[in-house]
Ligand binder design. Structure first.
Ligand SMILES: C[S@@+](CC[C@H](N)C(=O)[O-])C[C@H]1O[C@@H](n2cnc3c(N)ncnc32)[C@H](O)[C@@H]1O
Length: 266
């Protein structure tokens, strides 16, 4: 059951120490431009990621989704991280709730893979991208990537390439961003001489990945929401990019960590 008894007075640009449901119920409806949600995955990586069974996990997941959707503006966007398996169920639930599917983003984590012997080893996570309506922000020019084939592109810059009967010239800002993202995990980036270094949070998201999402799906001054902020990645990137943030976590150590990370932004 949702707790709707409080009086919707949360301020932006603070990290709240709160349970996600209570936090969401204290936010006004229709004010969030972008929600970037990195929730528990039910992988038993920590107490907060451990559920009795799949039913308990999906009941929890669908409860926070129900609380979150009304907070999005009609042109708001929603990104949800999870395993591919869980994402299949989350996708079906979001469709049922009337959200509009945009992309199934495959994040190739460029990290060590699991040592599976009876199936393929996994090294990816899924990021579902949904919107509430169809006039959402999408700054595709801000997230262009370098072209792969430098030789061909050098040639095309001078003379163009004939495509569908038209002369095509490469965009000086690079190619459009696809839906398979090759970005090293924070864990991998943090290794020293190939050795893992202890991190303050067990599952931080990489800053560059978060930057891509926030740049693409919000503008300066917009409100970015994350109700599982952990070490504060969403808040730090949002602040650096001139966006407002509304964030919480129910673990006070992580809240302190996130608050501390915010004080170090230059
Ligand atoms: C996957 S981690 C998020 C990591 C974060 N994206 C980062 O870059 O550090 C999920 C977070 O959800 C928090 N959490 C778990 N259950 C919660 C709940 N019911 N309410 C609020 N936070 C919760 C955990 O403490 C954990 O920090």
């Amino acid at each position: 059951m949702l707790d709707v008894s409080m009086d919707k007075k949360l301020e932006v640009n603070k990290i709240y120490h709160m349970d996600c449901i209570k936090f969401l119920c204290n936010i006004e409806d229709n004010i969030v431009d972008l929600a970037v949600i990195d929730p528990p995955y039910n992988m038993r990586k920590a107490v907060w990621d451990t559920f009795k069974d799949e039913k308990e996990f999906f009941d929890f997941t669908f409860e926070w989704i129900d609380a979150l959707i009304p907070k999005l503006k009609n042109n708001g966007s929603l990104y949800i991280f999870n395993t591919p398996y869980n994402s299949a169920y989350i996708l079906a639930y979001l469709k049922e709730k009337g959200m509009i599917f945009q992309n199934w983003i495959t994040w190739d984590k460029r990290d060590g893979m699991g040592a599976a012997r009876q199936r393929y080893s996994n090294g990816q996570e899924t990021i579902l991208f949904f919107t509430k309506g169809d006039n959402h922000t999408f700054n595709y020019d801000d997230i262009r990537l370098p072209y792969d084939s430098t030789e061909r592109i050098e040639h095309a810059k001078k003379k163009g390439i004939i495509k569908n009967g038209k002369r095509w010239f490469p965009n000086p800002k690079g190619k459009l961003c696809g839906e398979v993202w090759h970005i090293s995990s924070a864990r991998h980036k943090n290794k020293v001489n190939g050795k893992l270094k202890k991190m303050n949070h067990i599952t931080p998201k990489p800053m560059d990945l978060m930057e891509r999402i926030i740049q693409a799906s919000s503008n300066r001054g917009d409100i970015v929401l994350d109700c599982f902020v952990g070490s504060g990645t969403t808040a730090v990137v949002a602040a650096r990019l001139g966006r407002n943030f509304l964030c919480c976590d129910n673990n006070d150590n992580y809240v302190r960590l996130a608050q501390d990370a915010l004080t170090k932004i230059n």
